[in-house]
Design a protein around this ligand. Structure first.
Ligand SMILES: [Zn+2]
Length: 89
C-alpha cells in the first residue's frame, strides 16, 4: 500500500469514526494518536509526465511509468506548467 492509498484509507476511517453516534473518547484518542504516528504529512503535489501522460510526484526526476527523465520541480507553482517539463533523453 503506497502513501496515497494509505491516506485515502485513513480519511475513510476518519469519516467513519466521525459518523459514529457513540464513538468513545478512547477510540477517538487512539485513532488520532495512530494518525499522528503515521505522519502522513500534507498531500504531495503531482504533475503529468510529458511523455506518457501518467501522473507522478512533482519532484520526481524519473517517470514511474515510462522511466524517462524529468526535470525536478522545486516550486509547486510550476508543477502544473507543461513548459517546465523538459525531456533530456
Ligand atoms: Zn512517463
Amino acid at each position: 500500500m503506497d502513501r496515497v492509498d494509505l491516506r485515502a484509507a485513513v480519511e475513510q476511517v476518519d469519516r467513519e469514526i466521525a459518523a459514529l453516534p457513540l464513538a468513545s473518547s478512547v477510540l477517538r484518542g487512539a485513532w488520532s494518536q495512530l494518525v499522528c504516528a503515521l505522519a502522513l504529512g500534507p498531500e504531495r503535489p503531482t504533475r503529468k509526465c510529458p511523455h506518457c501522460g501518467n501522473v507522478g510526484m512533482c519532484d520526481a526526476t524519473l517517470c514511474g511509468y515510462c522511466w524517462k527523465k524529468l526535470v525536478p520541480a522545486d516550486d509547486a507553482e510550476r508543477c502544473g506548467d507543461p513548459a517546465y517539463l523538459v525531456s533530456v533523453t
